[in-house]
Design a protein around this ligand. Structure first.
Ligand code: EPZ
Length: 422
């Protein structure tokens, strides 16, 4: 397994290009199952999760060609000859469950392995099941697989989500595009990736109103046609790299960055004493003084502070002046980066869903372990600001969500290299 070696090297200056959103691409790709005609995605990020989704769609019979240079995923599911999403693929990536809704809508049946838990939580699918059953699907759990069928097709319904689940909103919205009649999703997720999916589905001929608001209305149609769609900018990659000049000093411009994608996050950066300025090319970030101020953070569904930026924000708060409390309200086990940051001299007290961080003058480099995708990049941020060297192990987590991470950080002056593992 590869490692990443980071050496604290002072302020960072320059530009970092932001890629297409992993979490948008992972729901846009299954949308190809809704139509016999080709769907092409441009600005697709080159990540291992995208390869996993490619493998999954190909295992169902779809043709997927990822033209790596052009970041294009050309897909066609003209003939789907398998409706089983196998455990071996699904357990690697929870987002595999996003083939459930499209397969039900297109084929009237689907067998999708339950993903099982992951590092950050149990990741149940009750809200997906509740919504698809409301559309007329019969779903039962057998041998760890969801066996779903809709022999008489899907019928529009009013569905109230008890929690604004991103994945459940996506599965239900995709299924509803081919259901008979009208579907209304209440307390729908409002993430930019939901808007991006709705925009793509509308290009394919779907009738969808209200994406990005708590109520999404979908008028079912008989069939969808092909389309070409650009994947929206990755707001989590954007927020991650915005923290680099905040924790190290200097001034970095994030190319392609959009303020509307990171509103709540920028409010917290401003509160901490970090300036974010819109430029023609994106967003420019610069810390006001020598050290940021501690701020409290609570993670919430969009437009609140994103849970996927909590670990990275904690790294910043470890170096802040004062004490901050980070409250994680989305996942039940998303503080595994804390013990690793403590190895670097951070002062963090985790009690259930709260982490109290008392800023220290300097973190100290140390060997640490990446435990999940976002935790791994928070350790890089901490290493960039620490005295001495930090060796981050198990960096395969990083490859899931951060394209060319070493090149992007070194491009602004970071001392960082990838060490090939055994
Ligand atoms: C998406 O996961 C993202 N993944 C996650 O990003 C992100 O953290 C999450 O949304 C929240 O923003 C993708 O888009 C591929 P949820 P998803 O359904 O859809 C509970 C990353 O780092 N829940 O909104 O799985 C669930 O257990 C990843 O890129 C149920 O209880 O998130 C969790 O506590 C990590 N029952 C909460 O809701 C359900 O049926 C949020 O889940 C579904 C979810």
């Amino acid at each position: 397994m590869d490692s990443i070696l980071v050496k604290g090297n002072g302020p960072l200056n320059g530009q970092i290009p932001i890629a297409g959103a992993k979490n948008a691409c992972l729901t846009l790709m299954p949308a190809t199952l809704l139509s016999e005609e080709p769907l092409t995605l441009t600005n697709a990020p080159r990540l291992s999760d995208i390869k996993t989704m490619t493998e999954l769609l190909q295992s169902l019979g779809a043709e997927v060609s990822g033209l790596q240079d052009g970041q294009v995923q050309a897909m066609s599911s003209h003939n789907i000859d398998n409706h089983v999403a196998d455990y071996e693929i699904v357990r690697k990536m929870r987002a595999s469950n996003l083939v459930l809704g499209p397969m039900l809508a297109r084929l009237g049946q689907a067998v999708v392995s339950l993903p099982g838990g992951c590092a950050i939580g149990a990741r149940p699918m009750d809200l997906h099941i509740h919504g698809l059953e409301a559309l007329g699907a019969e779903i039962e759990l057998k041998d760890g697989y969801l066996h779903a069928k809709a022999p008489r097709g899907l019928k529009g319904a009013v569905i109230e989500l008890s929690f604004a689940s991103v994945g459940a909103t996506e599965n239900i919205m995709m299924a509803a595009t081919l259901a008979k009649g009208t579907t209304q999703i209440k307390n729908a997720a409002r993430e930019p990736e939901i808007i991006d999916l709705a925009d793509c589905l509308k290009k394919m001929g779907a009738h969808i109103e209200g994406a990005g608001t708590p109520v999404i209305t979908i008028e079912g149609v008989d069939r969808l046609h092909g389309a070409t769609h650009p994947v929206v900018t990755d707001r989590i990659e954007l927020g991650t790299y915005m923290l680099a000049p905040a924790i190290c000093g200097g001034e970095v411009e994030l190319l392609g960055g959009r303020l509307d994608l990171v509103g709540a996050f920028v409010e917290k950066l401003n509160e901490a004493g970090v300036d974010v300025i819109e430029t023609k090319a994106g967003l420019k970030v610069k810390r006001q003084g020598d050290r940021v101020k501690a701020v409290d953070v609570t993670t919430e569904p969009f437009p609140g502070f994103p849970t996927d930026l909590q670990a990275q924000m904690m790294a910043l708060m470890c170096t802040a002046e004062g004490t901050s409390v980070l409250e994680e309200k989305i996942f039940e086990n998303r503080f595994m980066h804390a013990p690793e940051l403590i190895r670097m001299g951070a002062k963090i007290d985790v009690q259930g869903g709260h982490a109290t961080v008392t800023g220290v003058d300097h973190l100290k480099g140390a060997p640490v372990m990446a435990t999940d995708l976002r935790a791994s990049v928070s350790l890089i941020l901490a290493g960039l600001a620490a005295e001495g060297e930090t060796l981050i192990n198990r960096v395969y987590h990083l490859d899931r969500g951060y394209e060319k991470v070493v090149r992007k950080f070194s491009g602004v002056g970071a001392q960082i290299e990838r060490i090939k593992g055994g």
